[in-house]
Ligand binder design. Structure first.
Ligand code: ADP
Ligand code: MG
Length: 845
């Protein structure tokens, strides 16, 4: 019978192309025989030689069922020639030739053996779903094939394909497609949008079922629901309809026992209703289905950047997913698909889901890739690259967890974390908990935060105080509150009324137990001590700190809830947090919310108190102390404090007295230079001396005098301020000796000779020379004082004429000249009589 599957129409072509290219893209509708037949073809045509074919599947349930099916077709025992390996389970043997795997199994194998010995072919199944591990493992496989294993066969399979993107990525590579056989499917929509019908979705599904059967509809029925809970509710609702008589009612989802899973896909004489998760969308084929009832919902994994974890919340599926689901009704004969949402709403749904690489937290895969030797993630051959921010975020987190060192390379702790198929935060927390004897509590803390919020927010005052009365007020961590709330819910058997009284989300509480057990199982397998025992509060607080050390916060003051966080972020502590007194805390939840005035606020919740000494104890390399020296304009003094910082977050400040002398001098000098403080002794004569020096250095470079540039001036002021801590100390300081010490005795003599303070004129007068940075030097004298001075005086080895400002006896300017001889000869005779008349009592020659 398998011989008649559509995939066999292209068997020969598939074999030929793979032989030449070693790569192949295969696109064929669900049910064509891709997953079960292609591995067998590779085996039959000797592509495997002595080795294995490994098929990467997005879903654990599908991996197991497909392996079982192939084992049955080959007539062998599951786990022998055909096996499967999923996150927590390995059903293979040394004889295994066909192995179905999920998630990181293949990637981890590549880390252990980079040549992937014993594997001859890799098949990437359901590639259209664009699971994170599919994308990444394919990239690694292409590298491997190009560099070390040209003999490795690679097949990428999918029910629908973005063929261009993929063909380009895999080039050179052929794309084969097989049409398969499908029958038309009629689509029926609900009259009103799904969300306006307030009845539970399972009741709506049961109605659709009744209508169909009542109207004479034939064949088996497949119902899509988001998860285990909705599936059991649906089965219950259908069981109560009169139309269900004679039908077998079967659930199909990942949490069922293998026996129940097998039962759902088995064939029966009687008609059946299978209620499944999206595993039946394309991964598994259920034969004989003529009616599909689609809730239009699925649990979609997504990264919640607010909480910094991946979530699995119920969301509306894309149009393309719902088309796949509908297609399940038309495999063997024309069928019907009833959608429990309106046609109008359908048009508003997204066409496609985003690939996981663009919507999930990357820290776990970044950790795995680093372990696989990928140094630069930006140069990784992404099919579609994630955005830079989520890569950077993953790297920072891993560094903070101690999994990567400063150069981005994997640390021994990072390698150890890989043993846990958990998010790195929790892997790190559980590893740490071993040392503190609180693995059980750490696993419970992890389980309490995976689903929706256990405690509803914004409760009224009564509920709030009732909650406090019953749950206690242990104020070192909000996790105590969560744990007590969960214990309370367990004690009341998750009864809605009891839970509602305290604002506990009963459905979330119910999910905690199984998660806890799962985490404990993994930890136990890794050799951790999972026995519950009493430990000091501090133990768990420290573990939380280790898992969330990138979220350490410090209260800015006790009056408000504002906090500074590490890595230069800010936030506000949630009002309902029990940790109201500790100045230092670590938060497990960060949410961006928009306030009423449209500003983004960062709300910090699920807080735990921590001690600064723990930070120093646990993260010695991330502590830094920084001396902060400042000039205080009010006291006009320099003040110093030593800041203790953790990853950029200031933890404490200690006053340092006296402040470091160099820094104090520098800060005071800055104030002096800026003109905010004045030194009494730094007068005009000091400025003149500096200008004289600088000008002479310019005019006569051969004298090699050192000018005082701006920097030198600052340096001199700094020297003047040395040993001072406030204005009081420098105000009266003697300046001249310090400034003049700039020159040696011999240099002083040169300065006095070539750029003298005063000139000696032939008539015995000694006028003061005024130097300025931009203009020539000058003297100013009344005309009588210039008698007998016939030549313009010169300085700087005769290179620079001194400008003469000639004044009347009444000190009014007559002329400014650099040519004194010319003045006496030509100008003076013309003005002499006029001057004589004006100043008759003076001597005129
Ligand atoms: P594809 O991967 O192309 O969707 P499969 O290889 O999964 O196709 O399935 C091919 C066919 O094999 C299906 O149409 C179905 O008839 C049959 N089949 C697969 N698995 C089972 C099973 N567990 N029980 C019964 N029939 C199965
Ligand atoms: Mg398949």
């Amino acid at each position: 019978m398998t011989q008649r599957l559509p995939i066999y129409d292209i068997e020969q072509e598939l074999i030929d192309r793979l032989k030449t290219d070693r790569r192949l893209i295969l696109s064929a509708p669900t049910g064509s025989g891709k997953s079960t037949q292609v591995p067998q073809m590779l085996l039959r045509h000797n592509f495997l030689r002595e080795g294995q074919v490994v098929i990467l599947q997005p879903r654990r349930l599908a991996a197991r069922l497909l392996a079982a099916r192939v084992a049955e077709e080959l007539g062998v025992t599951l786990g022998q020639e055909v096996g499967y390996q999923i996150r927590f389970e390995n059903v293979t043997s040394p004889k295994t030739r066909i192995r179905f795997v999920t998630e990181g199994v293949l990637l981890r194998q590549m880390i252990d053996d980079p040549r992937l010995r014993g594997v001859s072919a890799l098949i990437f199944d359901e590639f259209h779903e664009r699971h994170l591990y599919g994308d990444i493992t394919l990239a690694r496989a292409l590298d491997l094939q190009e560099q070390q294993r040209p003999d490795l066969n690679l097949v990428v399979m999918s029910a629908t394909l973005n063929a261009d993107l993929l063909a380009n990525y895999l080039k050179p590579c052929a794309t084969l497609s097989s049409g398969g056989r499908t029958f038309p499917v009629d689509h029926e929509y609900a009259a009103t949008p799904g969300y306006t019908d307030k009845r539970p979705v399972w009741e709506q599904a049961a109605d659709a079922f009744s209508r169909y059967v009542h109207g004479g509809g034939e064949g088996d029925v497949l119902v899509f629901m988001p998860g285990g809970f909705e599936i059991s509710q649906t089965l219950e609702a259908i069981r109560h309809t009169p139309e269900a008589k004679g039908f077998m009612l079967l659930p199909l989802h990942g949490e069922l026992s293998p026996k129940d899973q097998d039962a759902a896909v088995a064939r029966y004489e009687r008609r059946k209703v299978v209620v499944a998760t999206n595993v039946a969308e394309t991964s598994l084929t259920i034969d004989g289905v003529r009616l599909v009832i689609d809730s239009g919902l699925a649990r979609i994994p997504r990264y919640d950047s607010n909480r910094g974890i991946n979530t699995l919340l119920i969301e509306r599926i894309s149009q393309s997913s719902s088309d796949q689901r509908a297609g399940r009704a038309g495999r063997t004969a024309p069928g019907v698909c009833m959608r429990l949402w309106s046609r109008e709403e359908h048009g508003h749904r997204p066409l496609q889901e985003l690939p996981e690489v663009q919507r999930l937290d990357l820290s776990e895969v970044v950790l795995t890739l680093k372990a696989a030797g990928v140094r630069d993630l930006r140069k990784f051959r992404w099919l579609e690259a994630p955005d830079e921010q989520s890569l950077a975020h993953a790297e920072t987190l891993l560094a903070d967890l101690g999994a990567l060192d400063r150069h981005g390379a994997l640390t021994p702790i990072g390698r150890q974390m890989l043993a846990f198929p958990l998010h790195p935060r929790y892997a790190r927390m559980l590893l740490a908990a071993q040392a503190y004897g609180c693995v059980y509590q750490a696993a419970l803390a992890a389980a309490l935060t995976q689903g929706r919020d256990l405690l509803l927010r914004n409760m009224d005052r009564d509920t709030q105080s009732l909650r406090e009365d019953l749950l206690g007020d242990k104020s070192t961590s909000d996790f105590w509150m969560l744990m007590r709330a969960w214990t309370y819910a367990v004690k009341h058997e998750f009864r809605l009324d009891a839970c509602r009284k305290l604002g506990i989300h009963a459905v979330t509480a119910r999910q905690v137990g199984p998660l806890l057990e799962q985490f404990l199982r993994i930890a136990g397998r890794e050799g951790l001590d999972v026995q519950p025992r009493e430990v000091p509060d501090e133990a768990l607080q420290k573990c939380l700190l280790i898992g969330f050390s990138d979220r350490v916060a410090r209260r800015l003051d006790q009056g408000t809830l504002r906090c500074d966080l590490v890595h230069q972020r800010r936030g506000v502590l949630a009002r309902e947090s029990a940790v109201q007194k500790s100045p230092l805390l670590v938060v497990a939840e960060i949410r961006e919310i928009e306030s009423r005035d449209k500003e983004m606020n960062t709300l910090l919740s699920l807080a735990t108190a921590v001690e600064a000494s723990w930070l120093a104890e646990l993260f010695p390399e991330d502590m830094e102390s920084e001396m902060q020296v400042q000039f205080d304009p009010t006291t006009k003094r320099v003040q110093a404090a030593e800041l203790l910082k953790f990853r950029g977050l200031a933890l404490s400040a200690r006053r340092v007295e006296p402040p470091p002398a160099d820094a104090a001098a520098r800060l005071l000098a800055e104030q002096v230079s800026a003109g905010n403080l004045t030194l009494k002794d730094w007068d005009d004569s000091v400025e003149q001396w500096i200008v004289r020096l600088n000008r002479l250095a310019q005019w006569c470079p051969e004298l090699a005098l050192p000018p005082i540039a701006d920097d030198d001036r600052r340096h001199l002021i700094e020297q003047l301020c040395h040993g001072a801590y406030g204005y009081k100390d420098i105000k009266e300081r003697e300046v001249k000796p310090v400034v003049k010490s700039w020159l040696s005795g011999a240099q002083h003599e040169l300065l006095n000779r070539h750029a003298p303070e005063r000139l000696s004129l032939p008539n015995g007068r000694t006028p003061k020379v005024i130097y300025s940075p931009g203009n020539p030097p000058h003297i100013a004298l009344r005309i009588q004082e210039l008698y007998d001075v016939n030549q313009t005086p010169r300085i700087a080895m005769g290179r620079v004429p001194v400008v003469v400002h000639i004044l009347t006896p009444g000190m009014k300017p007559i002329q400014v000249t650099q040519d004194l001889a010319g003045f006496w000869r030509e100008h003076y005779p013309r003005i002499k009589s006029e001057l004589q008349r004006k100043y008759p009592r003076h001597l005129w020659r």
